[in-house]
Ligand binder design. Structure first.
Ligand code: FPP
Length: 252
């Protein structure tokens, strides 16, 4: 990424060589609240630190030439959080776009949104639309921002679209459904990273992560940095993926 002179990025550590790279990395940025508590800070401070952690992480994935990164910013379940916390997270999303859009654009980053926009406040909807439109012709890393996203809702919406399109039961195929997901045309998730020590998927990209490799780290999201990116990618490169098949050297 181009370095913004007002906020210079630290020099990147050398890139480790990777034999295999994921085409799509999905990240559940968990642990902002617990990180804040561990520092004697408020949950809002934790989310702010979480938002600050995003830029160097995107930059590192771009350096590794990972083509697609999807960030779970706000889930359909997160609406159940206290109103003030919801507002803090959504405002940080808007601020992230305001403060980083030019730089993302300069670096060829394409931004897309996953999730329903109907429930998002108008000021965030506008920012998201602006970011998506302003970066739509870029051909660098694609960063999907998932705000008001839920995997089950996404699948249900796709089913409703198939019905609305008049598909007969025999036409209901994985391809027909995938073409109606918000991730249509994107590669499946190869690597799903969750910070904060919890080992669950929490309704994130459930269809797309069927054969993902999971990488769970106890680090809280604000602590996740370029070296953590390298560690996750190195671990991925050592996994043996079989997709339900038998490896050639596993015959009887
Ligand atoms: C989970 O931590 C984090 C979230 C629900 C919000 C993530 C939001 C950001 C990082 C800021 C804005 C996002 C973007 C994409 C610009 P938690 O609050 O559940 O942490 P805890 O489990 O420790 O309480």
């Amino acid at each position: 990424m181009v370095v913004n002179p007002a906020n210079p990025a630290p020099a990147s550590p050398p890139l480790p060589a990777l034999a295999v790279k994921p085409q799509h990395v999905a990240i559940i940025m968990d642990g902002n609240g617990r990180w804040a508590q561990s520092q004697g800070l408020s949950r809002s401070d934790g989310h702010r630190a979480g938002a600050d952690a995003i830029r160097p992480v995107i930059r590192r994935f771009a350096e590794h030439q990972v083509p697609v990164v999807t960030l779970f910013g706000f889930s359909t379940e997160n609406w159940g959080r206290p109103k003030a916390e919801i507002e803090t997270i959504l405002k940080l999303g808007a601020e992230f776009i305001d403060s980083h859009l030019d730089e993302l654009n300069q670096n060829g980053v394409r931004v897309a949104h996953l999730g329903g926009t109907d429930r998002l406040p108008i000021w965030l909807r506008r920012r998201v639309k602006k970011a998506v439109e302003a970066t739509s012709h870029n051909d660098g890393i694609l960063v999907n921002l998932a705000f008001n996203y839920g995997g089950r809702d996404e699948i249900l919406d796709a089913v409703k679209r198939m019905l609305a399109d008049g598909l007969k039961p025999g036409d209901v195929t994985p391809e027909a459904l995938e073409a109606r997901l918000t991730t249509a045309g994107l590669p499946d998730v190869d690597l799903l990273v969750r910070t904060g020590g919890e080992q669950r998927v929490s309704n994130f990209l459930v269809w797309q992560s069927t054969y993902a490799e999971y990488y769970f780290t106890p680090k809280f999201w604000p602590e996740f940095d370029p070296e953590e990116v390298d560690a996750a990618l190195l671990e991925f490169a050592h996994r043996h993926r079989r997709f339900g098949l038998v490896a050639p050297d596993e015959g009887d």
